[in-house]
Design a binder for this molecule. Structure first.
Ligand code: 5AD
Ligand code: SF4
Length: 455
């Protein structure tokens, strides 16, 4: 940064600052990362303080009601910054896609909205807004999924790579097919060359992203299947770990499970949302599987990859969910023993099939079911984490721990967070850590072989 006096003397423009507020899913966090990289190319640097920003972007997901509401309260919160300093304010993500012009007319302070598939136009949009030409509404779908590829300027030891966008499943509660569009897969050669470029820059772990990765390119007989794509990525020299999310249980086939163990770089972690343990509820959710089929896949996966960690998503309070349905959700959790679980209260999303039904489960019952379920899962997660005490695990070091600058934080292959004393020379390295304490949300350990690099 230049000292202020030098700026005045030489007319060097002050660095512009962007503040991004992200709510919702992993896909959105990845989009925010890409937005930052895009903006670096047009003179914006990130600030973590909205008060000093020249541009505030609220990137919000509308999959659930809570993150959607947050966008409106954020707009209220930043109004005075617009009035006082004329900051540029934009909304990105699924809420932008869904609300479009409506949100622009409701909030006169808002300069633009940009849908998830139009992010790569952000610099042009900013140009228009900065030039004071107009308020912009850039939403809609792009056929070319690769238009969204943006490489980082610096090393990312752990990088997200979108392999497909949208979803064709139309689960009855879900807004995704409406706001992210129908399934479109990126050509495999662009995915592979993006990963090769990332690895050249120092990436050790990739997380392949899509709403339904197991159906990658399902309608294109000339394209690789997801399994073939994984096999190709598995051959990339220098890449240590591959993860993917999200898998739909219906498309998570036996053939896929059987091939899993053969791919050395593939991490032993599967995120397999089950949503509900009652077949009646699953049918009304239009999930396309029964609890028995779900359980059979879990058993098969544990046979092939005994140390696989399995995480999932679940909802309580879906319309018509009876106590006995909820009890079956707990039964399924008991049978599977998930390593981690994201749990939500159902909220109706405008335009979805389920929104036509009465949201008949009272808020306090949804809350009670959620608490019972979360308490139950906490016990399982803690027990599983404690069982790892004394084990030596491979940890890919990501950076400083949140608890202390003298501690490092990394992730095991099974996606558990590990904190351990160490220096930042370890960032980006795979090290062995002996687990000393298993906690509910993380593990604590001691570095074993500092010198040893694991590939
Ligand atoms: N209400 C509550 N939770 C929802 N999810 C998706 N739609 C809704 C909704 N209408 C949850 C599902 C999904 C996760 C990303 O969000 O569990 O897997
Ligand atoms: Fe939504 Fe179902 Fe598609 Fe997942 S699979 S994104 S829940 S429609």
């Amino acid at each position: 940064m230049y000292p202020l006096s030098a700026i005045a003397a030489t007319n060097i423009p002050m660095q512009k600052r962007v503040y991004i507020e992200t709510y919702g899913c992993q896909m959105n966090e990845h989009d925010s990362e890409r937005i930052l990289r895009l903006l670096e190319g047009s003179d914006y640097l990130e600030t973590k303080d909205a008060q000093e920003a020249d541009f505030i972007l609220i990137n919000t997901c509308s999959v659930r009601e809570k993150p959607e509401h947050k966008v409106y309260s954020a707009l209220g919160r930043y109004r005075w910054l617009k009035e006082k300093r004329g900051v540029i304010i934009g909304v990105a993500g699924c809420v932008a896609q869904q609300e479009g012009e409506r949100i622009l007319s409701k909030f006169p302070l808002l300069d633009f909205v940009v849908g998830p598939q139009k992010i790569h136009h952000l610099n042009e949009i900013l140009g228009e807004v900065e030039g004071g030409r107009r308020r912009v509404c850039e939403i809609g779908f792009e056929d070319n999924v690769s238009a969204n590829t943006i490489l980082p300027h610096s090393t990312q030891h752990r990088a997200f790579v979108t392999i497909m966008q949208g979803c064709d499943n139309f689960c009855s509660y879900c807004i995704v097919p409406y706001v992210r569009g129908r399934e479109r897969s990126r050509p495999s050669h662009t995915i592979i060359s993006e990963i090769e470029a990332l690895v050249q820059k120092g990436t050790k772990e990739v997380i392949l992203l899509g709403q339904n990765v197991n159906s990658y390119a399902k309608n294109d007989p000339h394209e690789l299947t997801f399994l073939q794509l994984l096999a190709k990525i598995n051959e990339i020299q220098g890449l240590e770990r591959i993860r993917f999310t999200t898998s739909h249980p219906r498309d998570f086939t036996e053939e896929f499970i059987e091939s899993f163990a053969g791919l050395r770089r593939l991490c032993e972690h599967i995120h397999l949302p089950f949503q509900a343990g009652s077949n009646t509820v699953l049918r009304r959710m239009k999930r396309g599987y029964t609890k028995e089929e779900y359980l059979a896949k879990v058993i098969k996966l544990r046979e092939v990859v005994p140390n696989a960690s399995i995480t999932s998503d679940v909802m309580v309070g879906f319309p018509g969910e009876k106590e006995r349905d909820f009890a079956q959700t707990l039964d399924l959790m008991r049978a599977v023993q998930f390593d981690g679980l994201y749990s939500f209260k159902y909220s109706p999303r405008k335009g979805t099939g389920a929104a036509r039904w009465r949201d008949d489960i009272p808020a306090e019952i949804k809350q009670r079911r959620l608490e019972i379920l979360q308490e139950f899962q906490r016990g399982i997660t803690l027990r599983k984490n404690k069982a790892l005490e004394s084990d030596v695990l491979e940890v890919l070091v990501e950076g400083c721990s949140r608890n202390s600058p003298r501690e490092m934080m990394g992730r095991t292959r099974c996606n558990r967070i590990v904190n351990f004393p160490g220096g930042d020379d370890l960032v980006g390295e795979s090290v062995k850590v002996k687990i000393e304490v298993g906690l509910t949300n993380s593990l604590r350990g001691e570095l074993c072989y500092k010198e040893e690099k694991i590939c």
